[in-house]
Design a protein around this ligand. Structure first.
Ligand code: LAN
Length: 643
């Protein structure tokens, strides 16, 4: 059984040594892509358009709308963009699925009920007025850097979205109006477009989209910025637009035109199209746009990132080593070569000018070319290299691992934890002006259990390899952060996986790696938490809804990835022989198909509490890892009886 699972993982390795899979999920991305192309007076070719349309149809909810991701409740934000995208691809307004979509949209105000980013995208098409947006003036980039709300202090993903949005807002950019757009204006609004009260529309958002409520702070900031917009100086505006363009250029160069993620990828392309039509930037951007396309059994969509290759490969290595490296030496050798080739070897050009943290020595989530290293991706790569070292398979020299460790140390926060790409740059209160409506925790890059655990584990492994390395203090502070953030009930809340099983696995593995014995009270509490959430049939199962609600919400059936995380946590806590662990392992074995795979199941990845994302390799990596530990530890305790 474990052997078969290992073979599936080995068989699905790419020629370059990585694992590369479907990283789709966010349903607003392909509409944005289609709208972006339309804004540049382009369109996907016919087969691609068909693929995009099939994917939309496959993920329309019963009620006629589309959610933030498959399996999510409908939102105006995603529904209105998907509606518009289908019309731009030539679907007629009387198409029955679009009729259903309109019936869902109109009572919610059409675009007026959308989360703010949807409104900004529609404004570009002239389907919404700029006056009805929360103002995002580009002048914010000209403020003194020391101010706590300078854009450079925002979480990099958020600032990279607002950078082109600010440019488009500053120019009040609007594409050439076509008869189709005029029809859409009539279709989308419950009242005549000319009668809309745009100022009131700024704060309006449908219940379905209002996950993060608009705080009084945000409303006040919006009023001040609105006033500024009425009075702004043309000269300053021109300078601010220039500076934004320069920042976009910095991002282009640092990421080889891939961009940090698909939203700014599309928006930056549109910005260049408007700023320098037919310039070299547009061409370079268009060339890399297909990097984001993903073919799935339901059609074509956009991935949430240019790939998840490094992350998946680092975990695949760890699972394969757990399953017995001798059976996978060649696979591991290829994987090791991939990891070696993807380390970022230099800081991004003029990194300070573009508010970038140093990059040298780090690993990104996807590929070296992407150019944005991440704390936990770096840490998991270091862990993988150090695991491969005694097997004679590691290819990253010591000096380069030392650079990676140096980068990790530079990323540690004052609270002892690690955030994602940068040390925390803004005060916590900046989160109160989160204007996205549909997401939480977008403004400030704060410490997370996952990033902290990976970094602590990497530092512990490094300390074993280089006993004189000065990492002791960083480890101690990291552990203190983890102990402090364990919840009353013994769990940790995950931020990037669904949800408490994921967080708890990270929480306990760091403590154990640093030497906590099974009797440690934190570990005992974690074990109790997991046992309490085990299902009758021995499995565990969590849903995306639990991330939204910030509590464990069980799914309808057992979930193999959730079960694997729970089991990995229990093994780490020394529970190999407990009844709970044995029942969990038995469930996982019974669930495996004859082909060695586990059946497709609900999304296990999440971002910003509401967005679901698909990690294609998780179902091949984590069950293998958990069963491998079961075989090792349980075989030792109970030698198989020959009959
Ligand atoms: C990712 C993908 C990788 C992920 C891990 C490395 C797994 C995590 O441990 C740290 C956070 C990180 C880097 C992450 C952050 C949020 C991302 C970039 C995503 C989930 C991929 C897509 C998502 C991005 C923010 C989507 C766009 C939406 C916004 C709210 C800006």
């Amino acid at each position: 059984m474990t052997r078969q699972a290992r073979e599936v993982l080995m068989r699905t390795q790419e020629a370059d040594g990585s694992w590369k899979g479907d990283y789709s999920g966010p349903l607003f991305l392909s509409p944005l892509y289609i709208i972006g192309l339309y804004a540049m007076e382009r369109a996907p070719d016919a087969p691609l358009a068909d693929g995009l349309l099939s994917y939309f149809r496959a993920h329309q909810n019963e009620d006629g709308g589309w959610g933030l991701s498959p399996e999510s409740p409908s939102m105006v934000f995603t529904t209105v963009l998907t509606y518009v995208a289908q019309r731009l691809l030539g679907v007629e307004a009387d198409d029955p699925d679009l009729v259903r979509a309109r019936a869902w949209l109109l009572p919610r105000g059409g675009p007026l009920g959308s989360g703010s980013w949807g409104k900004a995208i529609l404004a570009l098409l002239g389907l919404y007025e700029y006056e009805g947006l929360t103002p995002t003036p580009p002048e914010l980039w000209l403020l003194p850097k020391a101010l706590p709300f300078h854009p450079s202090r925002m979480w990099c993903h958020c600032r990279m979205v607002y950078l082109p949005m600010g440019w488009l807002y500053g120019r009040k950019a609007r594409v050439r109006q076509t008869p189709l757009l005029a029809e859409l204006k009539r279709e989308l609004y419950p009242e005549p477009y000319e009668h809309v009260d745009w100022k009131a529309a700024r704060q309006r958002v449908a219940d379905t989209d209002a996950y993060t409520p608009r705080s009084p702070w945000l409303r006040a900031a919006s009023r001040v910025l609105g006033l500024y917009e009425r009075l702004h100086s043309k000269r300053l505006r021109a300078r601010a637009l220039e500076e934004s363009l320069e920042q976009i250029r910095g991002e282009d160069v640092a990421t080889h035109f891939i961009c940090i993620a698909p939203i700014n990828k599309v928006l930056d392309t549109v910005v260049w199209h408007l700023a320098r039509p037919d310039g070299p930037e547009v061409r370079a951007h268009l060339e890399r746009l297909p990097d984001y396309l993903q073919r799935t059994p339901e059609g074509v969509t956009l991935n949430g990132y240019n790939s998840s290759q490094l992350w998946d490969t680092a975990f695949a290595i760890q699972a394969l080593v757990a399953s017995g490296a001798d059976h996978a030496r060649e696979t591991l050798a290829r994987a090791s070569r991939f990891v070696e080739s993807q380390q970022v070897r230099e800081d991004s050009p003029h990194h300070e000018r573009f508010y970038r943290h140093p990059s040298r020595g780090g690993w990104p989530f996807s590929t070296r070319e992407h150019g944005w290293p991440i704390s936990d991706c770096t840490a998991e790569a270091v862990k993988a290299c150090l695991l491969l070292e005694p097997l004679g398979l590691n290819r990253v020299p010591r000096e380069r691992l030392a650079q990676a460790v140096e980068l990790l140390l530079s990323l540690q926060n004052r609270d002892g934890g690690w955030a994602t790409y940068e040390p925390t740059r803004a005060p916590r209160w900046l989160e109160r002006v989160n204007a996205s409506d549909v997401f939480a925790n977008t403004m400030v890059d704060v410490s997370h259990v996952e990033c902290t655990s990976s970094c602590v584990q990497a530092l512990v492994a490094w300390k074993k390899a280089q006993p004189e390395a000065p990492v002791e203090q960083a480890i101690t502070r990291g552990l203190a952060y983890l102990r402090r953030t364990q919840r009353e009930d013994g769990s940790w809340e995950g931020a990037w996986g669904v949800c408490f099983s994921y967080g708890t696995w990270f929480g306990v593995t760091a403590l154990v790696a640093a030497g906590a014995p099974p009797a440690d009270p934190a570990l005992r509490r974690a074990v109790r938490f997991l046992e309490q959430h085990q299902r009758e049939d021995g499995s565990w199962s969590e849903t995306l809804q639990g991330c939204r609600e910030r509590r464990w919400v069980d799914g309808p059936t057992g979930h193999a990835v959730t079960t694997s995380w729970a089991l990995l946590a229990l093994f780490a806590c020394g529970e190999a022989d407990s009844g709970a662990t044995r029942r969990g392992v038995a469930w996982l074995r019974a669930r495996q198909g004859a082909d060695g795979r586990w059946p497709r199941e609900p999304l296990a990845g999440v971002y910003n509490r509401t967005g679901g994302i698909h990690y294609d390799t998780y179902l091949r990596t984590f069950p293998l890892w958990a069963l491998s530990l079961a075989e090792r530890t349980q075989r030792r305790a109970f030698p198989p009886i020959q009959v």
